[in-house]
Design a binder for this molecule. Sequence first.
Ligand code: FES
Length: 327
Amino acid sequence: MPDSTDHDGHAEPSGHGAAGAHEPPKMVEASLDSPQFQVAAANPERVERGIAVMFVLGVVGFAGFGAAFWQNWSNVWLGVTLAVGFFGLGIGMVAWGKYLMPRGPFSESRHTNEPTDEEREVFLQDLSSRGKIALGRRSYLLKILSVAGGIFGIVAIFPLLRSLGPLPGSLFYNTSWKKGSYLVSPEGRYVHIDDLDKGGVLTVFPENDVGGPLSQTILIRPETSGYVVTAPGRETWGPEGYLAFSKVCTHAGCPVALYQKALDELLCPCHQSIFEVGPGRPATPVFGPAPRPLPQLPLYVDSKGYLRAQNRYDEPVGPGFWERGNL
Ligand code: FES
């Protein structure tokens, strides 16, 4: 096996480790005849001349660039001369490094610093006894530090929770509609039984939340008299031909603003969900992405002929959310 050589050009026997863990390796003087100093070129003189030609080409290119710059020649000349300069210089340097530099390998020996088992044992004993003494003497400080760290960890959670915003409470379940609420128009006028003809439509709100986005309700009149029964259990919800449904689309919450009286359908313009309404048609979606029917508001007509809510919506309005049981 050949001797290895350090960065100072000294070669040393490769079997130095056998001499002992703590003994410095012996240095052996290197010479140009050492295998590490051999170059890759088969004919170094010839390669040397080629590299010299490349360097001269680089000199010419850079000199030309200087002249072109001085004489204010066109950009083409500037580019060409600069390219020639870098080309000559680059090729020459690469060739020099590849063909005329010693091939090595070069290595530098290292001493083995591994401690003996005995030294390791002494160190561990020393470390643990010092740690015990140093920390044991201030044990109460350790306890206080632990308490402080624990409290800080708990307190650090507060801003995180607060950033989630206020708790929604019953917001997802209830609107401002309640038992006895008057139906009022967007202008705040109470809706009377004579206000709509057959096929008529009107947006209504409870009187205490006119304009409320969750309370908005679409009032339609498919018939002019009698009860319109959309589903079993809703026999009294549609008096005098009136029906009321939440206007908040069950897909993404857009207002379900269009009523096609010829087909008895409500249409959401956002993504074209269509809901069938009328006798036996409880606003069931028959087209589009809406996943469930529009909630129906139960109505009654009071003694003065005004339309009022029998009760609040019996299910959440709007798009589905994670706690809704009927999705
Ligand atoms: S919001 Fe009504 S269909 Fe998408």
